[in-house]
Structures are given as structure tokens and as C-alpha cells.
Design a protein around this ligand. Sequence first.
Ligand code: SF4
Length: 341
Amino acid sequence: MNSFTLTQVDSVAAAVADRVGHAESAYLSGGTNLVDLLKYNVTRPRHLTSLGHLPLHHIEPLPDGGLRLGALVTNSATAYDAQVQARYPVLSQSILSGATPQLRNAATDGGNLNQRTRCPYFYDLATPCNKREPGTGCSAIAGFNRGHGVLGTSESCIATHPSDMCVALAVLEAVVRVQGPEGERTIPIKDYHRLPGDTPHLDNTLRPGELVTAIDLPAQGYAEHFTYLKVRDRTSYAFATVSVAVGLEMDGDTIRKARFALGGVAHKPWRDPEAERLLEGQPASPTAFRRAAALVFAEAKGYQYNAFKIELGQRAIVRALTQAAAMNQALSPNAFLNSNP
Ligand code: SF4
């Protein structure tokens, strides 16, 4: 690990000023990803701005009926918060499906947004990687790409975003609050993470020096019809092969509003508004779910070891929508699940 200087700050303004005042600097919160990146020399900042003392550790109600998650609230505190569990259970479920209790106790909500891909080549300094060193190439495209993306990929990078929490935030249409040298602004979660294009070294749309201060959840939390389905190689401490978060508003067995997003398949949580619209006004049925799932993957591109995700992703969507629709309904989930999606 390279040496670096570190400053502890106690206000958001001081954090931004400290970061801007140091070249090659980074913010440090829970450190559950950044410290690995430092140890492996994947990233070599000369200065860290430590955020632990900032007053961003609270979950508070918003006047519009929503909920504000301070950026330094831990993933555990968020997942077990009574309001989150009652009103945004898809968020709680997604967080608890990720990492381990120890990691969730240290990781923060702001840090979860900004964690970097777990593409093994990104962490292996002996291999080319456009995300780590722009212009060197992508080792995954012709390499072992079983865990990589099939949607929105580019010739420069096929990495996936590793977060579970962000997939639920996409369904909830959360808003990220940031503060930077030019003041405060908000970024809808759908615009926060980027596709790789020809600039895969950029994971998100933060501007230089900007700090995430909070995540705002709208009032609608889909507490009556939701699910987070995570398909992975083992039942604990594994990233998603494919995951699906769902939030539905139902009127009897008719879908009034549909939101769903996928993890493990793209450089960002993947939502397809056209597929969501296809479901709205339709009775919940295997046929409707399969049509929506097929539309999501219509433009998918599989690589040597991950093409199976195209079929798996569609089946996961059908299953997740089925589970969410059947909650609190006379509908039987088994009626759908046994229908060979
Ligand atoms: Fe690097 Fe992206 Fe290719 Fe992985 S997929 S090796 S992160 S450029």
C-alpha cells in the first residue's frame, strides 16, 4: 500500500474543501471497498478525507411523506430501521441479501452507491483493464466473464455494478443528494450510475469533489407488493449472478403500476421503463410477465461464459413478479411457478 495523508473533518463544507484542496484525493467512509482497493494498489490516492464525524448518521422523515437516509447511516442500521422495514421492505431485503453482517455493520449507504465493480481483472494489476487504466484494454471480454454483464455493455468494458441496495433504490426511484464545490444538487438514481461506453473508468455522474450527503426515498415504498430475488452461487456472502427487485401497485389482480430492476447484468441497476409499461393495466399472469422479461433482454449480448444470464434473467423476472403480485392476494404463487416460465 502507498502512503497517504488523512484529514478528519466535522462538516460537509469542510469535507468538500479538504477534498478539493488536495490533488489525487478520495473520501473515506466505511472503507469496506476502498481499503481493499488501497491494499491491492488498484487506487493510489495521496490524500483521504475521513467522513466518520460528519452529521450524516440519521434517518428522518421528509415533509412529502418520504424518508431521508443520511449518507453515513450503515447498511445494517438502514435494513433494520423500523420505518424502512415497514414502508420500504424491498430495500431492507436487498441490503440483507448482500455481504455479511460484519460488512453491513461498517458499510455506509453513501459508500454502497459508490462501491466499485468486483470484476477480478480490475483488481489484478497484471492484466489490462480499461476501468483501472484507460486505454489498456478489457481482459474480461475474451477472458473468464461468467460474472459479467449482458445488458448495456461496450467494447471497452462489460463489468457489473455489485450493489444489491442500489437495485432496490432503482425500483423506489430514490434521489441522491450531493454537495460539491458549486453547491448542492440532486441526482435521480436512474441517472447516478453510468453505462461503460468508452469511459468505463467513470462509474457515476458525480462531479469532481462532490460528496453524497443523503438518499431520499419517495413516499411510495411498495410495501404491499414487493420482492428482492437474488440468484447466486451460494446462499451467503456472494454477489448476484442475477437479481431482481420488484415493487407493484395492484388493483385486485390487475397491475396498476410496475417497477422492477435487475442487478448482476449491467454496469448499473437495470430498469426498462418500456417493459414496466407493458405490465401496467394488465392482469398479473405468466404470459404478461414473460413478455415483459423478453423485452428487457431483447438487446442482450452474451459472452462466452455468461450467455446463460439471458435465460436466467428472464426466469428470475417472471419469478420475482409472480412473488410480488401474489402477496396479499388470493393468487397462488405456485400457480405461476409451476407454469414453466
Ligand atoms: Fe476492466 Fe471492465 Fe474489462 Fe473488467 S470488464 S477487465 S473492469 S474493463
